[in-house]
Design a protein around this ligand. Structure first.
Ligand code: GLN
Length: 280
């Protein structure tokens, strides 16, 4: 019995109640409830599902559900998000890593195979997701992650430390590729590409950093900044994997082609053109 005389909910009851409460706030209410309860118990979701659901749910679960009900992304509430082979710490200063962006890593793996690139540049690194996933993939590669936001760099550095990749990752403050002298075998970049008028889901629009999402009236402002820099940053046989938004392939291809780059395309798992591959 709790102090007010009520019985604590079992895990099963708590999950069912939370899933009902979250139905209006999320497209995946049951999954969200499971992830939040697992987080409150400090165990993995699989362990929760295999556990005895007649056990009591912890009191802390209620606050996590209340945060999700207000639209806060699951990744910020639990503080973690899996990406490629790694798990990243995420917080409101950085974009939540998305499976779509794994298309860039997949394209790089298809190009470089097991030997991998020696040097990697991640422009607009945020949580460090792309750079750290690539460094995890290729154990002898070195990389630089650039961001113009100190808060993001602090999160990226902490991720590098936690994943044991810090000795191969350098994170620096910068404005895209400006001031970088080195050339790289692999350039990764997921810039902001959402147009200013876009109608984003509430949990994105109200919680994720607008600097990482919006790129002017047509969503192409940052590609215009990046396009003239790529040739000077790319090694002789290097490739750049650049993320793009829905329907942007023709316009962004034209921007990079105008700089004399060869442009190829890769689709994400949903069959949308998600990544442009640039070569010199
Ligand atoms: N893919 C993200 C979204 O649609 C946008 C990320 C970005 O602008 N780089 O929410």
């Amino acid at each position: 019995m709790r102090p007010n005389g009520s019985r604590a909910l079992t895990r099963r009851e708590a999950l069912a109640g939370a899933a009902r409460r979250l139905a209006g706030a999320s497209e995946t209410p049951r999954l969200d409830a499971e992830l939040l309860l697992a987080s409150a118990l400090a165990i993995e979701r699989q362990a929760l599902l295999l556990s005895d659901l007649n056990e009591e749910a912890p009191a802390a679960f209620e606050q996590l559900v209340a945060r999700r009900e207000k639209g806060e992304p699951i990744a910020y509430i639990v503080g973690r998000r899996g990406f490629w082979t790694i798990e990243l710490e995420v917080a409101p200063g950085v974009l939540v890593p998305r499976p779509d962006s794994e298309t860039l890593i997949e394209a790089a793996v298809a190009h470089f195979g097991a030997n991998g690139p020696r040097s990697i540049l991640d422009l607009g690194t945020g949580s460090g997701a792309l750079l750290l996933a690539a460094l995890d993939q290729w154990p002898t590669a070195q990389g630089v992650g650039v961001d113009r936001c100190e808060r993001a760099l602090a999160i990226a550095r902490a991720n590098g430390e936690r994943l044991g990749l810090a000795d191969r990752a350098q994170f620096r403050l910068g404005d895209w590729g400006e001031g970088l002298e080195q050339r790289f075998d692999l350039i990764l970049c997921n810039p902001p590409y959402v147009d200013a008028g876009a109608d984003l889901p509430r949990d994105v629009a109200e919680w994720e950093p607008h600097e990482a999402l919006f790129a002017g009236a047509d969503g192409l402002d940052d590609y215009r900044r990046i396009a003239p820099q790529i040739s000077g940053l790319l090694g002789q046989d290097g490739i750049a994997c650049i993320e793009i938004g829905l329907g942007q392939a023709p316009a962004v291809t034209a921007l990079f082609a105008a700089e004399g780059l060869r442009v190829d395309q890769r689709e994400d798992l949903g069959g949308r053109t998600r990544c442009l591959i640039l070569t010199r």
